[in-house]
Ligand binder design. Sequence first.
Ligand code: FAD
Length: 439
Amino acid sequence: MRAKDITEALAKGLPNEKNVGKVLIIGAGVAGLATAQMLRKSGVEVQILEATSRYGGRVHTLTDYGKTPIEAGAEFVHGGKSAWAELADIHHKTMLNINNFEDVYYFEQRLWSEEEAYAHEDFAKVDAYNSLIEEADFSDTEGFISMAQFLHVIDCPPNVRHIADAWLSVDYGTSSYRIDARALQKARQQWSAGEQNFYFEKAGFAELVEQAFADALPCVLLEKPITQIHYSEQGVKVETPAGEAWEGQAVVLTVPLGVLKKYLITFSPALPAEKEKAIETIGIDAGMKILLTFSKAFWTPEVGAIFGKGYIPEFYPSAKDGEAILTALVMGENASHLSKLGEEEAIKMALRELDAMLGKPDASTYFVKGKMIDWGNTPFQWGAYSYPSYQSEEARTVLAKPIPPLYFAGEATHTEGHFATVHGALETAYRAVCEILGK
Ligand SMILES: Cc1cc2nc3c(=O)[nH]c(=O)nc-3n(C[C@H](O)[C@H](O)[C@H](O)COP(=O)(O)OP(=O)(O)OC[C@H]3O[C@@H](n4cnc5c(N)ncnc54)[C@H](O)[C@@H]3O)c2cc1C
């Protein structure tokens, strides 16, 4: 799928030769908004029904936490070749490369700079897992091989093993023992968005959502949680628990996988058994960000991220104007644990871990305020982002398959390796629009 095709469809639409009538879209995240914008530009009437009181979904920029926008959800443009990167360019967002910053690693009871770490023989071995997983031959093996097992098989040294676990958990949104090595390998082979990662110099992601999908926004109705979907050859009807209903010729479901897993929407007729199995098979786990504001930065400006050993795998500076804010990113089992502890205790844990890594109480001394954004415990989300679980490649294809007039989009339905990303959500929107318009 070419980024240009998507940005052109957002700008001009696609030919509507089938004369498609009104389309209902459930969910106003990137997938829902992009679907609506492309259809609207193609001359199709659309109505977006969003459960919460805001649009954007897992793109959620906080404008009231720091002096500059802080991302509660998606924050990085993964790859410079994606449609999201192209939209950033079209809307004049300056993107800075995070790979230009230096990461810091905690092992053997101290912090190591990137240069020091890569000179350490054991660290070089942990880093090698990246190429080893890409080259691994799984043809003689059957069943689930977790990334935790894979690290064991390649003799990942125990003193640095937590670094590999940290990378895996933040990249894939769960603990390493839940990630299927084969599914991860496939996703890496399919990845075509580019290898560098970027952030916006000034703006938040929500600003780009507003600009890129400006024509879709008037079609959003907020606080309309859909719990019933009826679909047949005659058309579709969707309903909220309050008895409000909308009818159309087709419906595009873009709700998160976490919502589908909880069976919060009743389908009439029921979804085929293979769809239900696909929903169970694809993984999504707890995930959170903990924002930590300090009165002064106790890290140097070159630091891109600090990879730790405790409950929090990664801390990174996230303010855009030099304000001293660290974001702690936690996924999987650790996130479930911190979620149970609650915001206050989770913040204390983060400060304790930082102090322990630094070998002095800088974090607790300079701490001003904190905030936990617990995606695994957020209504209408119930998870962070879908991950490569056992047999998830086939399951994503099944989940994505339309049952006209019922269509599916959203990050978890991405079948070519870009799940769990903003540009992946965008690509699924394009696919759904092509299906509806018969392209
Ligand atoms: C902490 C975190 C960090 C991330 N970091 C990055 C990153 O750096 N880069 C990146 O590319 N991606 C990142 N992602 C992933 C990215 O945010 C998602 O892949 C993408 O935004 C998903 O878009 P979507 O439209 O598929 O789903 P969503 O954005 O979740 O949209 C679905 C919408 O459906 C609504 N909804 C749910 N149930 C109902 C219902 N019953 N009725 C009506 N509406 C309903 C929801 O409220 C939501 O608005 C991150 C995600 C998280 C959680």
